[in-house]
Design a protein around this ligand. Sequence first.
Ligand SMILES: [Ca+2]
Length: 421
Amino acid sequence: MTMKRLSVLLSLVLLAGCAANAQTNTTITGSGVDASGQPVSAALDESAFRACVLNLQSDAVARGIPQNVVQRAFTGVTTADAKVIELDRRQPEFLLSFWRYVGTSVSEDRIAKGRQMLAQHATLLRRVQAQYGVQPEVLVSFWGLESNFGTFMGDFPTIRSLATLACDERRAQFFANELNEALRMIAFDRIDPGIMKGSWAGAFGNTQFMPSTFTGNAVDYDGDGRRDMFRSLPDVFGSSANFLQKSGWRAGEPASHEVVLPQGFPYDQADPSIEKTNAEWNALGVRRVDGQPLGAPDAKTSIGLPAGHRGPAFLLLPNFKVIMRWNRSLLYGLAVSILSERLVGRPGMTAVQTWDEPPLAVTDIIEMQDVLRRLGHYPDPSDGLVGPKTRAAIRAYQGASGLPQDGFPDQDLLGRLRAAR
Ligand SMILES: [Ca+2]
């Protein structure tokens, strides 16, 4: 599973489906640009695509995939999928807000359906837990977030999507490798290419694994001789639990606790990449909302502020880091954690939204970056992406202006930067 970046700009990831994250960096690095400024993909040239596919096929055979499997897998793949290229190039217009994201992904409907699934598959889930140590509600949460409990796994034919991206210039090598893994799955797990459909970026099945995540981590939990993430729930739960266990899941532990931060808290320390011991957080005045102790004093944890310093705060536990190996985003991790708590009757989150404001557009971020650069806080060209450098620049500006240094872009910050330009 390759994770490229941590960003609050999540919409592309969410639309692409996840466990895997052919995650989309929206910077276009290819060469050709047409008259309207749109990049031209070599994949969309029919003869170039055919030549590329022939190369991919002979490479697969050279790597041990039987010729007849390769032929069968590529049946009907005669042109690139223009829609896949378009989705891969798409820039999101607005930043996703925590409240909006959690409202959608941890809806009352999803909680009700999740509880029903938890009851219906209790025996299987308990067996998986006994072997891999992952709580049933956590597995059901991933399942709910990735495919709405198997009801939406995506309709893009996997081989065609991967071939299209492997013949495009942006991340050809990454997708050529994923394509090979997908072919191995057809060859050795005897999965019919006809049922292999999923996200435009090649993630598939009930928990939207990428092919390399599948070949490296999937298990044949029902023992029928193949690993099947489409039709076998035992394989789906067993494989997901195996992946989480291999990523370091701590049996029975939660992933996050909602906390309150005291007045004067050093907000520049609230970042998933900054770790302190629970004893250090405790000394800084961090308290759980339920009044319980933070946890083992020497355990290393982080603080996450998904809506800035005015929003809720979470103590991110070691299992949160494991979830971020599945999908490296703070909002996704919190959704998994909050949903799993709700499924077993715990609050998940007590904070409620107390203010609302229009979402920031990507153009607003670009404007902020322009001003921050002129003020000497931001070194790079403005790209509209909120990554570590942008957050650091915002923190530097906030520090110089006597504001809480949460590094969080919002309308208030935009207004201040506009006034400062
Ligand atoms: Ca199986």
